[in-house]
Design a binder for this molecule. Sequence first.
Ligand SMILES: O=C(O)Cc1cc(O)ccc1O
Ligand SMILES: [Fe+2]
Length: 440
Amino acid sequence: MSANKPYQYQSGFGNHFSSEALKGALPEDQNSPQRCPYGLYAEQLSGTAFTVSRDQNQRTWFYRIHPSVMHCPFQPYRKGEHGILGTFDSRTTEPTPTQIRWLPFEFPQSKDVDFVDGLHTIGGAGDTALKSGIAIHIYTATVSMHRRAFCNSDGDILIVPQQGCLDITTEFGPIFVAPNEIVVIQRGMRFSVTLPDGSARGYILEVFDGHFELPDLGPIGANGLANPRDFQTPIAKYEHTNEQWEVVNKYQGELFVATQEHSPYDVVAWHGNYAPYKYNLARFAAINSVSFDHVDPSVFTTLTCKSAYPGTAIADFVIFPPRFEVQMHTFRPPYFHRNCMSEFMGLIHGEYEGKKKGFLPGGASLHSMMTPHGPDAATVEHAISRELNPCRVADGTQAFMFESMFQLRLTKWAVENSQRDHDYYQAWQDIPITFNPNQK
Ligand SMILES: O=C(O)Cc1cc(O)ccc1O
Ligand SMILES: [Fe+2]
């Protein structure tokens, strides 16, 4: 893994940021001067409807060399060939309540698959056109994007790199993310992914409505979990070239491409609160039970995309961080359960505390709404017989969960994937049955 490049960032979550690569490029007293400093053009990027309440309103003003409208018409790109979906109905996807697990997703054989071509939708719910639902994607890429930008009109994406760093150029400036960090790139933002390690694999959660926020802390108080100051937003950096670029636009789950004679990364300055950010999962300040019983994993919510139902998320991004476990007279692993939310899990590195076998870095599992699941037999055997001394759990490990109020449907790619573990149900078949009516 390459070292984190010394990029500079602005710190804070949801701040009104401002950044200029050329001193004086930001108009000082207004957004849209008749003529902007240095002859730049002002362009607004809206992340919420103009009229949403002030506390929800998100937008950014770019000061750029070319207005981004200077491009040729969009044409279909790899229609019917790419692996991406934006609508999840009976024509395209199938539901299954069975527990599903995938071994690590395979890299493409060919050495010319970039981040866009290497995207595969696993499943999702709803429809981008109605701005209702989510999608979960996997990326496996073997080459950097070359004079090509990606732009998603369908929603915000949260990228979880699992293998390989991503050096991401955005309209807001460069962001460098390594495994164990995440990056959120919101609807409509152009970005290009370079692979400093030659290849990369990871997971993507896409929400078709709303934006990710920090969860409320309630009785926890003012600090803890993901702290706002640990979120990092890039600073402006521009290039002025007249080479030909492609902008690949995901719109309604389809891809379209347009060419233009300038770099999309010609933003000299910007200000606003609609901006991408990264976060290092090692910064998560975990809160948990220090007495007894297993606490629900919601204590590990890192980011949440709220629905209209208070407390019920369109999607939560939950992590299982290294920590101490100290609960007495307690079955310590994740409990057996059936959930009214869908649970998609991935593993960045290490071994998940609920599974001794088969859940591997770069793989995934799906426990659908109300589908029974829990620790595997080997984990149970250990948990019911071990000594409950305080100890470290999940050291050297980082698992995560995309938890959603929606019922997910799976793509053919996911269902028929060569990495699907058809024996997953075996994980629970040897759980020791210890019932004895004569011994309490
Ligand atoms: O199913 C899982 O492994 C995720 C999970 C972890 C946990 O600690 C409690 C509940 C839960 O769904
Ligand atoms: Fe679960």
